[in-house]
Design a protein around this ligand. Sequence first.
Ligand code: ADP
Ligand code: MG
Length: 250
Amino acid sequence: MVLAEMVSKSFGSNEVLKSISLEVKRGEVMCLVGPSGSGKSTFLRCINHLEVVSAGRLSVDGDLVGYREANGKLYELAPREAARQRRDIGMVFQRFNLFPHMTALANIMEAPQRVKGLPKAQVEKSARELLARVGLADRADYYPAHLSGGQQQRVAIARALAMEPKLMLFDEPTSALDPELVGEVLDVMQGLAASGMTMIVVTHEMGFAREVADSLVFMDAGVVVESGHPDAVLSNPQHGRTQAFLSKVL
Ligand code: ADP
Ligand code: MG
C-alpha cells in the first residue's frame, strides 16, 4: 500500500528525510516512533501530498506520490490529480482540527457531501453509522467545544473514515489528550486496525505498538535506524539510539 524507496526530503539545505526505504502492505499497521524533529511528520506529509519528496520514489497503492511518470521522465503532479489521489488517504492530527462551528455529525458529513457530491440522506446515514462505530452515537448534535478531547479525536477519526480511505495516517493522535482519554482513542484505532485498515501511526504509545502494529520503525535525524516486528524491536533493540529512546518512553 505504501512503498518508500530511498526517499529524501530537504527544506533548503536541511535534509530532513535521508534515504528512507520502507513498505507497508495492505491491511498492515506500522508504528513510527522517534525523537522530536526526526522527520516523522514530514514523512506522513509526503505520503499525504502535503510535501513533495526531493529524491527517491514514494508510492501509495501503486501510484507515485507527487509525480507522474511518462516516457521514463518524472513530471510534478497537477494539483487536481494530487487532490484526487489525496481523497483516498485519511489523516488524523495531534490537534483534532474539527470545524468548530459545525456539530459532530456535520463535521463528518462535510467532505463526502462537498467533495463527492453524494445525496444528503445517504451521507447522513453513513455519518451516523460512523459515529456509532467510534462510540458517539449520542453526540451527533454536539459542537466540538462541548466534547472532551478524546471525543473530539474520535469524531476526527470518523470524519476521516467518511471519505472511505484506503490508508489512514495518524500523527501523534493521543499526544494532546489528558491521560485518562488516551485509551478510548486507542481503542477506536485498534478496532479500525482489526477491520483491516492499512495504517501508519506516529505514536509514543508503545503498548499500542506492541499489541496492534505489524511493524515498528524507529527514526532518528531523518534516518530509519531500526525496524522490525514490534516485539523484537521493543524487547531487543539493536542500536544505541533506539535503546536510549525506548528507555525514555517505555
Ligand atoms: P517530527 O515529526 O519527527 O518531530 P518533523 O517532520 O516535524 O519531525 O520535522 C523534522 C525537521 O524538519 C525539523 O527540523 C523541522 O524543523 C523541519 N521542518 C519540518 N517542516 C518544515 C518546513 N515546512 N520548512 C522547513 N523545515 C521544516
Ligand atoms: Mg511530528
